[in-house]
Design a protein around this ligand. Structure first.
Ligand code: SF4
Length: 236
């Protein structure tokens, strides 16, 4: 199917539009996502589009029914950094002009830092920490969030590249662990973590929205010094 027909189909099925009206609207939507010569491009096939253009066409299709929430799952994966920046800029602009929310699903913390207001960090099928983007990056609390930050490549001043991986593998969710899903990989794991699911804790001194699912936040847990510092592993 041509790009235009794929977008039109959405409009015909969900908006009951005629083929002619839907085709016209498809061109408008491609134009809105800044695809040059939209009328000509609407008649082309996906294999004639570059990766960035395909992503724009998908965004055009997802805007067709004026959603109040757009869910974008890894929208910039496999794009080079220049095109990635353009797609993110386009999404941010459309979010404002279309007055919609975006739920962005990504493994890329740089994209999160750039785009998000609220962040939910997931591990083994659960939200393990959630809060504002500042909470997650500057007041990280859950060991998995800390591990993700440590696993980002950085260029130190001495020119050395450092990256500390999270060792081990995620649990088998066909046989989910009885306790904390991060237990096998967590450098701060305690005996209680192995068989008891941690409750969600509201973090004091932070936004009311900042929460972490970890026994370290329990009042009886050992105090961990400088939890938010790279390599910290000392306990009182
Ligand atoms: S509950 Fe225990 S194992 Fe899970 S993240 Fe917290 S300290 Fe680590």
């Amino acid at each position: 199917m041509t790009i235009g027909d794929q977008i039109s189909e959405t409009l015909m099925v969900h908006r009951g539009m005629s083929y002619t009206d839907a085709s016209r609207r498809a061109v408008e939507l491609l134009d809105k996502t800044k695809i040059a010569e939209a009328a000509k491009r609407a008649k082309q096939y996906p294999f004639e589009f570059s990766g960035g253009m395909l992503q724009r066409a998908m965004i055009a299709q997802s805007l067709a029914c004026n959603p109040s929430v757009l869910m974008a799952d890894e929208p910039t994966t496999a794009l080079d950094v220049t095109i990635q920046a353009q797609i993110l800029e386009l999404m941010a602009e459309l979010q404002r002009t279309e007055n919609m929310s975006i739920i962005l699903i990504t493994h890329d913390l740089a994209v999160v830092a750039r785009m998000a207001d609220q962040v939910a960090v997931m591990y083994a099928g659960q939200i393990v920490e959630s809060g504002s983007v500042d909470d997650i990056f500057y007041r990280s609390s859950h060991p998995y969030t800390l591990g993700l930050k440590e696993a980002m490549p950085t260029n130190k001043r001495d020119g050395k590249k450092t990256l500390t991986p999270i060792l081990g593998s995620p649990p088998d969710l066909f046989h989910p662990p009885t306790g904390c899903g991060y237990f096998a990989r967590c450098p701060y794991a305690m005996a209680v973590c192995e068989h008891h699911q941690p409750a969600e804790h509201h973090l004091t001194g932070s936004d009311a929205e900042h929460q972490a699912r970890c026994w370290l936040q329990h009042e009886g847990a050992p105090h961990i010094k400088a939890l938010n510092q790279p390599g910290a592993d000392q306990r009182d």
